[in-house]
Structure formats: structure tokens, C-alpha cells
Design a protein around this ligand. Structure first.
Ligand code: BGC
Length: 815
């Protein structure tokens, strides 16, 4: 019957019908747009200048802090409130909507303007879990940190996390999640690296796009942050990032470009720092020429909390909303318009952008949130995703997965008992629970050596009572800081080796917003106590013919070569979210075969890093006083004149190590599995590139257990007029779960923009002529298959605006 019908309609008729349908839907979409635009213009025409200013400036920062902390902060704790009774009543009302939200925009019901509730981000929704006088709890799922998500090399999985996260945003009544965060992990010591994805912009961009698509599929918004070149925390409110246009376009902007083009986030958060002398939030080049004109961004831009210094410049730059906003800033804005320094039309444009997003929000659409997201289902998501992102770094003599003889496990290291789900600061989620490694072992059917457990628990309790936090902001925001490690004597290690089947040694680290890490012991380096623990425990167990496994529960990379030869196996668990202990045990037990690979290089020593010479920057000796801290209400954040010069230029991460042949501890893309894979021949559909090429490769599971392989495609471009790194990641993919003997062909489309370099002189992306080498690899140093293609003559891959030009010459690193 179907066939007959099909015959009746000729192919041409079907085509005409489809075209007509497409036309119809386009017209109706346009009609909607026109209707929306009219609605927006109508609202703006009724707004007073004061209402416009109030909408553009957020409704202020409101901390529900315990009195003890307020006292500790003393005069630094200022909550400036607007005294206008009507405005104050509105603010008091909207603050009750989602307690613990980071910010709000004003609402004017009579004008049809609803508030937008803005909440952190990015490892899950951050709101107050308990509300005064309200029954029930409002806990959210702590998902694995960004670094874990990137290490999955699986964008579909990341979208599934986004879907789950976005449904919590919606069900708890928020409108925009202040996430994802996708700054480049430029230097290993950046305190916020855990929130970010990778040292590579393609991974950062693809992961962010996948996350935005997942979150926004719920009908709630995202704010991709921190735009841009915000790669350190030291003096983050005032640091001037000095960087070439090429490094900006190829490294620091590229991920944002991908996320904007592939996912259209509702909002973008400009960063605190300056770029080549101008605050990101005041940069017309960044927020208008690049973001909107070059890339086609349609939403609105908000400042980071307290960022920038001049509201007029921010408005003109296209930074539409100031967060969290202070009464002083509203006054400043009004004064600027009245003095003729700021055209009201600029405000109208910015208000319109905010309203355009408002029309999409749950609040505007009167969504009745349940306050009951499916936390159980989301716990299952986080448990699985975390296993996909853990990286097995070492596995001598198949120590892992545990053999069937392993039953009773001796767990050393404080963090085994006090596991860290995620980092500190605004990225810290208020989750209902964290599964520790010990809980995970029990849930997995193992026993955790009793005597040792008791010893550790007593030690942790006693040490916490006297622990002085090192990171003030982290402590303020409820972050977990691991306490000093307990000393493990030979006697204790011997006793445990006699009683149990295997040793687990957990090393824990935390980090976060407002403070960079250091190379000190207990931070990047292991302490003498930690090293001794690994040594003593491993020796004791080895003497009994038993093994020792190190689990790293860390926010960022640590030093490894001084100790990694000691234990039998090392699992890099990162900070895997609230189901952490279960996820780790799923890997240790073999329930899940590890498939995570590093999205960041682990060098041998910190000094080997290309950024080590200039991180975290230097003080600029000048007498310029910036009073912006007072204006933005962030007077507790000192603004020290500070600068950092990105001398390594485009040679960030593996682009540096692999070009300059610097040996590393574990290279970018590295990760072991319990099985092995065969890479078939790398095929390309043409030998001459004319703007696009398709590559494919068959991956076969050649081992004994089922597994997934993350496949990396790199390009080595010919030396031409522009300096080129040894190799650049241009595509990646991950197989499905392949059974032993099973194969899958992965296909990758590579376009000009993927292999182009940026030419500062012409502000254009160019694919230079010559022979290109395409590599299919298991890691950046483990190239499995190669193919070549030719570019006959130079291809212009797109001209963009001349923007963000450095005001001083930069002595950049060259090959
Ligand atoms: C952070 C942002 C965060 C905002 C709101 C800022 O200090 O840098 O990432 O979204 O606070 O909490």
C-alpha cells in the first residue's frame, strides 16, 4: 500500500511538497519572531529610564550567611540595598523564589516583565538546600566536574548530563544556569581548572556545546563563562591578560566560538580580567565585534559577579546585564544618560536582548516547578558518566580489575573516608550526600578493613576540629578542604598487609575559585607523609605478595614522577561527583572497563610547563587607583594592578610539549583500558582537500573484555608562512561498548576551519598550501594510523574583525 502511494506521488511532487512545508514553517517562525519583536518593543516603550537601569543592573548580592561568618568578614561584609520602597519590595519578593540563587533580574508584572533567576553552575545547580520555615529539602545532584566530563571524550554522554542538570534547574524554579565554564586549562595551577574542560579548545568547545544543548533542551538557559582568557585566579578582578590575536582566536576564543555556533547559549558571562588592557565586560571588540558580528550570538551578556569598572563602558560594549548589581551602579547609569554620556538607545538595545531571552524562560511562561527533580535517576547518570571519565594511568600485571580473591580491602588516606565530590567556590553543589570510597566498597560487596577504618575516622574528626582553612572563599562557601594526611607506620602497614587482600591509597586535593594552586607540598607536590605512605604501604603489601593501588581524588594535575613507579596501579578519579565512591569501585571491580583519557597533559615537573615562567603574572607598578571594587560591591576582592603575558602564544599543552619534544609523565589523550584495540587503516575520501574531507577508521576490540575506545584525529600542517604546532586535534569520537572481537567504524568530517591557522596580519583563517598528515591516535603520542592529503593552493577559511589587538609587542614563543 505504502509503495503504491509513493508511486502516485512522483519524487518531484514530494520535493515540491517538502519545500512548500518548509516555506510554511519558516513563515510561521518569522511571524512568531515578528510578534515577539513587537511585544518587546511595546514593553520597552512603556519602561521608564529608571526601570531600564534597574533591569540592566541585577538586584544585588544576598548572602544568607551565618552570623559567625559575617562577624569574621567584619566591614568587608556589606550588603547594599536599594532604599526605594517599591523596588525593595520587588527585590524581597523575587529573592524568595529560589533561595541561594546567585542573582536575579528585576521584574515588573504590570509591564509583563518577569524576573530571571540565575544560579550556579557548572557541576550542578547550586542553591540553598534548606529553607527557613519550609519543610523538605532542596538538594541538587553533584555531577562530575568538567575535567571528568572532558576525559570521557563523549559528547553524547555530556549532553545526557546537561539534560539531567537542566531538569533540576527547571524543577527548582530557576531560569538560567551559570554554566558551562570552558576556559582553557592553560596552566596546571589555575584554581578553577576543575570547572573547566581541557587544555585543548576543540574539546572545550565541543563539550560546552554538548552541555548547553542538553541543559537548554529543558527550556532553561545557560551562561557560558568566563568570556574570555580568564585562565588564573590570582588577582582575578584586575589581571590584565596580554595575548596575541592569533592565540586568542586559535586557543582562548575557539571553544566559545564552537559553543556559540553549535548551541546558541541564551547568555554569555563576560570574565573579570582585562584583555590587552580593557576589561572583558567593557570590550566592544570582544562582546560586539567578535561575539555578535563574527559569530552571530543572539542572547545577552552578563558580567561576572562584580566584574569591570565602568557601567557606561559596559553598556556600550554590549555587556547587557551587570551582576549582581548595586544601587550605586543604577545611579551611575542614570547619571550617565542624564549627562549625555550614554545614549538611551544603547540601553534600549540591551534591554531588548534581556527581554528576548525572558520570553523563553520558565518564569515568563509561568511554569509550575515541582521542587522535585528526579534525583534518583540523576544519581544513576552521574555514577555512570564518572566511570567513563576516570583515567587509568598505570596497571602493572593486571592489578586491576580486582581478582576474585580480593574481598577485604585496606583503605589508606584520609580522602578514602572523606571523599571529594567536586571543587570549591560557586562551582560547589549542595548535594544530599557523597558516596565515599569506603561506602562504595561496601556497596560493591567488599569489606573495608575495620580497624583501619576506625583509626582514620577518629583521626579525621580530631584533625578537622583544629584545621585552619587555607582558602578563605572556599571556606566561606562551604567547600571541603582535605586535612593533613595521617602518618602510616611500618607496623600499621604490615599489620594491614597481613589482614587484608589489597591496599587502596587515596590522595586527595581540592581547589577552587579565588585562589590559584601552588607547587608546594600538599598542593601540586605530594607531602613527605603522603610519599612515605605510598612507599610504606606498597612495600608491606608486596612483601606479602599483595598489591597496592593509588586512587587520585584531585581537582587538578599533581606531580607524579617522583612516586608513580612505586604502586602497582594508579587510577585518576578526579572529583567524580556525589556517587564518586560507587563510580571508583565500578572501575576497580571491573564492573566498568575504564575508557577515560586525559584532556590535559601531566608534565614531569611543573617547571616543564610552557606557562611556568609567566604564571600567575606580576604586579604592575603604577599609581592608578581603581575604585571599581566599591562601585560593584566587591570591596572584599582587592584590585591589585596585575598582568600576565601569554608568551607561549599558541603553544599551550600538548601543542607545546609535542612540538618542542619535552618528555612528559602522561601525555594528552593518554588512558589505559582492561582490553586492547586494533586500529584499521585510516581512510580518507579524497587525496586533495578542497574545503572538506571525510576520514574513517575501523576500531576492533582485540582483547578479552568489552570496552570503549576514545579515538583522536590530529593534523600536522605543513610549515608555511605561519608557525605551526607539531600536531593539532581536529576531531575525536568514542566507540560504543564493543564486545571482544567486535568492531565499529568511526567517521570524521574535517573542514577548512578545523585545520586553518589564524593570520593576525590579515585577520583571516587560512589553510596554507602543502601536504597535510592526518593521524588516528590512541593518545597524542600513540599514533596508530596515518594518511595524507594535499592542499593545492591556500584556502581562505574566513575573514573576521580586527579585534583585541595587543597594545604592546609580545615576545612570543616560536618554533
Ligand atoms: C564566579 C562565577 C559565578 C558567579 C556567581 C563569580 O565569582 O566567577 O563563575 O557564576 O560568581 O556566583
Amino acid at each position: 500500500m505504502k509503495i503504491k502511494l509513493l508511486k502516485l506521488f512522483s519524487f518531484r511532487m514530494i520535493l515540491i511538497f517538502l519545500l512548500l512545508m518548509a516555506g510554511v514553517s519558516q513563515v510561521s517562525a518569522q511571524k512568531n519572531d515578528i510578534a515577539d519583536e513587537q511585544k518587546i518593543k511595546g514593553i520597552v516603550s512603556k519602561m521608564t529610564l529608571t526601570q531600564k537601569a534597574q533591569l540592566l543592573i541585577g538586584t544585588g548580592m544576598y548572602f544568607e550567611l551565618p552570623d559567625s561568618i559575617k562577624k569574621m568578614m567584619g566591614p568587608m561584609f556589606k550588603q547594599e540595598e536599594n532604599t526605594d520602597p517599591e523596588y525593595k519590595a520587588m527585590v524581597d519578593r523575587i529573592r524568595t523564589f529560589v533561595p541561594g540563587a546567585a542573582g536575579n533580574s528585576s521584574e515588573y508584572p504590570s509591564l509583563g516583565i518577569t524576573t530571571q533567576v540565575l544560579c550556579d553552575g557548572p557541576a550542578g545547580l547550586r542553591i540553598s538546600p534548606i529553607r527557613k520555615g519550609v519543610d523538605g529539602t532542596f538538594y541538587c545532584t553533584a555531577f562530575p566536574i568538567g575535567t571528568v566530563l572532558a576525559s570521557t571524550w563523549d559528547t553524547e554522554l555530556v549532553t545526557s548530563v546537561g539534560k539531567a542538570m537542566g531538569s533540576e534547574v527547571k524543577e527548582y524554579g530557576a531560569d538560567v544556569l551559570l554554566a558551562p565554564a570552558l576556559n582553557i586549562q592553560r596552566d596546571l595551577l589555575c584554581g578553577r581548572n576543575f570547572e573547566y574542560y581541557s587544555e585543548d579548545p576543540l574539546i572545550a568547545g565541543k563539550m560546552a556545546a554538548a552541555m548547553v544543548n542538553g541543559i537548554q533542551s529543558n527550556g532553561v538557559g545557560t551562561s557560558i563563562k568566563h568570556f574570555a582568557a580568564n585562565n588564573s585566579e590570582t588577582n582575578r578582578m584586575s589581571v590584565n591578560t596580554i595575548v596575541s590575536e592569533r592565540a586568542l582566536r586559535e586557543i582562548y576564543l575557539k571553544g566559545f566560538e564552537i559553543a556559540v555556533k553549535e548551541a546558541q547559549p541564551w547568555t554569555v558571562m563576560s570574565s573579570y580580567n582585562k584583555i590587552n588592557g580593557i576589561y572583558a565586560s567593557e570590550s566592544h571588540d570582544l562582546l560586539t565585534k567578535i561575539l555578535r558580528n563574527d559569530w552571530g550570538f543572539k542572547g545577552y551578556v552578563m558580567t561576572d559577579w562584580g566584574g569591570g569598572s565602568d557601567v557606561t563602558a559596559q553598556m556600550i560594549a554590549g555587556n547587557d546585564m551587570i551582576q549582581p548589581g548595586t544601587p550605586k551602579q543604577i545611579d551611575e547609569l542614570l547619571a550617565a544618560v542624564k549627562a549625555g554620556k550614554l545614549d538611551e538607545k544603547v540601553l534600549d538595545t540591551n534591554v531588548e536582548r534581556i527581554l528576548r531571552v525572558m520570553l523563553l524562560t520558565p518564569h515568563y511562561n509561568q511554569y509550575k516547578n515541582s521542587n522535585k527533580p528526579n534525583l534518583k535517576a540523576h544519581a544513576a547518570v552521574t555514577r555512570q558518566v564518572a566511570t567513563d571519565g576516570m583515567v587509568l594511568l598505570k596497571n602493572e600485571q593486571n592489578t586491576l580489575p580486582f581478582s576474585s580473591k580480593v574481598k577485604n580491602i585496606a583503605a589508606f588516606g584520609n580522602t578514602s573516608y572523606d571523599f571529594i565530590a567536586g571543587g570549591t567556590g560557586s562551582g560547589d553543589v549542595n548535594e544530599a550526600y557523597t558516596i565515599s570510597l569506603i561506602d562504595g566498597l561496601k556497596n560493591g560487596g567488599f569489606t573495608a578493613e575495620e580497624e583501619l577504618s576506625t583509626l582514620y575516622q577518629q583521626y579525621i574528626k580530631a584533625t578537622k576540629a583544629t584545621h585552619k582553612p587555607k582558602n578563605f572563599l572556599a571556606a566561606l562557601m562551604g567547600g571541603k578542604e582535605p586535612v593533613a594526611e595521617m602518618e602510616v607506620s611500618k607496623e600499621l602497614a604490615d599489620k594491614m598487609a597481613a589482614k587484608s587482600d589489597i591496599a587502596l591509597i587515596t590522595i586527595g586535593r581540592n581547589a577552587g575559585e579565588g585562589q590559584d594552586r601552588t607547587t608546594a607540598e600538599g598542593d601540586f607536590s605530594l607531602t613527605a607523609t603522603e610519599k612515605a605512605m605510598i612507599q610504606t604501604v606498597t612495600e608491606a603489601f608486596r612483601a606479602k605478595g599483595k598489591k597496592a593501588v593509588v586512587v587520585l581524588n584531585i581537582a587538578g594535575v599533581i606531580e607524579m614522577v617522583s612516586w608513580n613507579q612505586i604502586p602497582d596501579a594508579i587510577l585518576l578519579a578526579w572529583q567524580p561527583g556525589q556517587e564518586g565512591g560507587n563510580s571508583v569501585v565500578d572501575i576497580l571491580s571491573g564492573k566498568v572497563n575504564p575508557s577515560g583519557k586525559l584532556a590535559v597533559t601531566i608534565p614531569k615537573a611543573y617547571a616543564d610547563a610552557p606557562t611556568a615562567k609567566n604564571f600567575p603574572g606580576t604586579e604592575i607598578k603604577s599609581d592608578v587607583v581603581d575604585n571599581a571594587a566599591d562601585l560593584s560591591g566587591f570591596s572584599f576582592m582587592r584590585r591589585v594592578p596585575w598582568q600576565i603575558v601569554y608568551e607561549e602564544d599558541i603553544y599551550v599543552g600538548y601543542r607545546y610539549y609535542n612540538t618542542f619534544n619535552v618528555p612528559v609523565a602522561y601525555e594528552f589523550g593518554y588512558g589505559l583500558s582492561y582490553t586492547s584495540y586494533n586500529y584499521g587503516k585510516l581512510k580518507v575520501d579524497k587525496s586533495s582537500f578542497n574545503g572538506e574531507i571525510t576520514a574513517s577508521i575501523e576500531i576492533k576490540n582485540s582483547g578479552k573484555v568489552a570496552g570503549r575506545e576514545a579515538v583522536q584525529i590530529y593534523v600536522k600542517a605543513p610549515a608555511g608562512q605561519l608557525n605551526k604546532p607539531e600536531q593539532v586535534l581536529v576531531a575525536f569520537g568514542k566507540t560504543k561498548l564493543l564486545n571482544p572481537g567486535e568492531s565499529q567504524t568511526l567517521t570524521f568530517k574535517i573542514e577548512s576551519k578545523d585545520i586553518a591557522s589564524f593570520n593576525d596580519a590579515t585577520s583571516a583563517w587560512v589553510v596554507e598550501a602543502g601536504d597535510y598528515q592526518l593521524m588516528a591516535a590512541a593518545s597524542s603520542l600513540n599514533i596508530k594510523q596515518q594518511a595524507t592529503f594535499k592542499v593545492a593552493s591556500e584556502i581562505n577559511a574566513g575573514k573576521v574583525s580586527k579585534s583585541l589587538t595587543p597594545t604592546q609587542p609580545i615576545a612570543v614563543l616560536k618554533k
